[in-house]
Design a protein around this ligand. Structure first.
Ligand SMILES: [Fe+2]
Length: 98
C-alpha cells in the first residue's frame, strides 16, 4: 500500500539529492584540507559528510516504509579548490546557516 503522495515522494527524492550534494561538498572540503595538512579539520569535515549520509538513510527509510519509490538523482560536481582554510570554514558555515 502506498501511503505517500507522488508530490511528497518527489520532494523527498529531491531532498535526498540535496543531502548527498552536501555530503559530496563536505568530502571535497575534507580532501582539500587533507592536502593542506590540516588533518584534524579534514577529519571534522569527513564526519560532517557521514552525517549527511545518515540524513539520506532516514529519508530513504521513510519513503520505503510509506510504499514510495526512491529515485537517486544526478549530483552536481562539488567545488574542489579554495583560496584558504578560512574560505572553507566560511563555506561550511554558510551551508548550515544560509
Ligand atoms: Fe543534512
Amino acid at each position: 500500500m502506498v501511503l505517500i503522495s507522488k508530490k511528497f515522494n518527489e520532494a523527498l527524492n529531491e531532498q535526498i539529492k540535496e543531502e548527498l550534494e552536501s555530503g559530496y561538498l563536505y568530502l571535497s572540503m575534507s580532501f582539500w584540507l587533507e592536502e593542506q595538512a590540516f588533518h584534524n579539520l579534514a577529519n571534522w569535515y569527513y564526519i560532517q559528510a557521514q552525517e549527511e549520509y545518515i540524513h539520506v538513510k532516514k529519508f530513504i527509510d521513510y519513503i520505503v516504509e510509506t510504499g514510495g519509490t526512491v529515485e537517486l538523482l544526478g549530483l552536481q560536481k562539488p567545488k574542489s579548490d579554495w583560496e584558504s582554510v578560512k574560505e572553507v570554514i566560511d563555506a561550511g558555515y554558510a551551508m548550515n546557516f544560509p
